[in-house]
Design a protein around this ligand. Structure first.
Ligand code: MG
Length: 202
């Protein structure tokens, strides 16, 4: 519906701390997969879902769900999402997580979000490239730690917000960025103030 205001939210490194857990597991078990520092040196690519060759795939086949179940929700994420819901926004969780490494990615994410009391209207899995899904679902603003994703969205007229993480903070971008969920809320209020979020996209 044209009058629905939908905010898209990524899971890994946006809603939760993913890189930290993956890094910890690589430091612990990485040597069983590669005798150099291959995995740790490719952490940023892993977080982007890129270069999933044999080494990375074997590691993820073994530890993906175990790692994901240990990832902690970022501070104030739940509270801010609840406030956004209260303010009239719909919340779509849009993730690259798929059945490639999860037995049932939808069920896993659904359980994880419910267990952590994260409100959402819709959960969409298997979306490594988020431009098409954001267009199809009429997303007003996508919040994601992937700079590539955010730049692509902005280039196509969709508002985006880069959530800083330990793997993206040194990369430059013209996209707006935030360090925490309180800044996400302030940013959205600022957009509302400028009436950007109230524009009829049709
Ligand atoms: Mg992410």
């Amino acid at each position: 519906m044209a009058d629905e205001k939908i905010i898209g939210i990524d899971i890994d490194d946006t809603l939760n701390y993913s890189s930290e857990v993956i890094k910890e597991y690589i430091l612990k078990y990485g040597n069983n997969y590669s005798d150099d520092n291959y995995l740790i040196e490719n952490l940023d690519k892993i977080m982007r879902g890129l270069n999933f060759n044999g080494v990375i795939s074997s590691f993820f086949n073994d530890y993906c769900e175990e790692m994901a179940s240990q990832m902690k929700i970022k501070e104030n994420a739940k509270e801010v999402i609840d406030k956004l819901k209260h303010d009239g926004y719909k919340i779509y969780i849009i993730t690259a997580r798929s059945n490639k490494f999860y037995k049932n990615a939808y069920e896993f994410c659904n359980n994880y979000l419910n267990k952590n009391e994260i409100y959402f209207d819709k959960l969409i899995i298997g979306q490594n490239h988020k431009l098409n899904v954001c267009k199809d679902e009429n997303i007003l603003l996508m919040i994601d730690d992937s700079i590539d994703t955010c730049e692509k969205l902005e280039d196509n007229g969709i508002n985006s917000l880069v959530f800083n993480s330990i793997v993206n903070s040194e990369k430059n971008t013209n996209c707006n960025r935030v360090n925490n969920w309180l800044e996400v809320y302030d940013y959205i209020k600022e957009l509302e103030h400028k009436k950007v979020m109230l524009l009829d996209k049709n």
